[in-house]
Design a protein around this ligand. Sequence first.
Ligand SMILES: [Zn+2]
Length: 422
Amino acid sequence: MSGSYVSGLKCRLCGKHYPKEALNFCTDDFGPLEVAYNYDMVAAALSRGAIEARPRTMWRYRELLPVDGEPTVGRHVGCTPLIRADRLARALGVSELYIKNDAVNHPSLSFKDRVVAVALSKAVELGFQTVGCASTGNLAGSVAANAAAAGLDAYVLIPDGLEQGKVLGATIYGAKVIAIEGTYDHVNRLCSQIAFRFGWGFVNVNLRPFYAEGSKSMGFEIAEDLGWRAPDHVVAPMAGGSLIGKIYKAFKEFEQLGLLDGPVTARMFGAQATGCNPITNTVKTAATKVKPVRNPDTIAKSLAIGDPADGFFASQLIRQTGGWSEDVDDDAIVDAMRLLAETEGVWAETAGGVTVAVAQKLIEQGKIDRNGSTVLCITGNGLKTQEALIGKIARPVVIKPTMEAFEALVEAEAPALAAAGA
Ligand SMILES: [Zn+2]
């Protein structure tokens, strides 16, 4: 495979070109760098048939992912189920609803495996032996798991006070997990300094341009699984604000390459928690700058980024596509986690509750058309945020090990059933 599908990196502000290296900002204006592709070459190599003939992993779209050689990390990531969610659709009052279920992504049960697969494959190409990340939880587990499998040394920095499932889910892989007394934004700043000082590959700092491209695979999979079309609406959770933009970029790249039936008319909707809603505020006020949230306070800890790196681009995209953004409080998040579980058998983490609750709100507001097709992006697994549910859902009923005790229970809870069984 040729390495020339990627021509280099490009500043999103001034357009200046850079070579393929571990650098995330323009040295002229500090603008974020993005991967640039030779789309003519990609078009010559990529067709529906070529994609369909490949294994069901995110690497079936490899020409549109910024790895030059064979991917060496995360080779089994992606191609999670796109579920037609008719029971949830009825509950929300829409006709065509899908769940993109990255709660079951391999290996660490979140969409972060997509970005880490790309970032660490690139880290290996660039010769890094030590990698790291600043994380609100899911990224920690993904970097730790994928680095372990690749034989890389990993330093994972998190804010102190994360859910136990997220902390254990990084430590078990042997990564050096360091909790910082502060918010995610403190953690992120420290990681930038560490990456520079020690020359390590931090997936969401100096490897960020490559890392961020991995999220496109979620959009590619959605479009392919819908029969080579983009949906009418996408609802995506927003932390740093990168995912929503990359899903849209994926649709547009497929369109540009002639892989879709019809033009992309998708409207993009962002979901945040009320306790940390900087991007939603930017969308609603049409502000030209994101005003950071200083002290995020929400059970959706994975979305608690007060100063989102891609927040401004996300807010622009949402407005340009005719979408909108909303936020929901902690009670609404828990209710929506239960609704998703009870209607579709999908246990999402708190961020998934944010996505479902915001979708519900946008449908009620008329911002999402009840007759269009809607995809909800579920990005992480409920096993990792169990604290959010403690005391909020029913506990098991305890009875004696006798038929009399069970009959008494059924009699009390469902007299009709008890009568039928008598
Ligand atoms: Zn620049």
